[in-house]
Unconditional design. Sequence first.
Length: 136
Amino acid sequence: MSFNPCNHCGVLVEDDEAFEATGGYCEACDAAPRVEPASHRFAMADIPTGHGEHVLCLQIHTATVWAGLYPAREAEAPTKIGVAPRRSAARAVDGNLFIAGELFPLRKAELRRAVLFLDRHGVRIRDGREAGARVL
């Protein structure tokens, strides 16, 4: 008989058949609702804005998107913050990214990089030219 670590909590499971039957989980984890691994719930990117030394930090959490504009990469605190629900978080308008109504100015290539990062992590990006959107 061998021991196998649970894929979720790491507890050693000694019954090979039970381990295989649950897909690699211990009894407790197999009975619990499935939760995405932490790597799927959180992602972060630091993107230079193209405006001086400013850096936009984007964080994707399970239910929210957090954006912080830092005056420099090594700055301790952001000068601007936007937090929004993940599914309706962002709008791109004329080289600007809006998160929760906060404007984050980016150059074209940097905006494209931010939009690709957000899109890759399931954040919906709306074109700011939709009805009711403010165009700068």
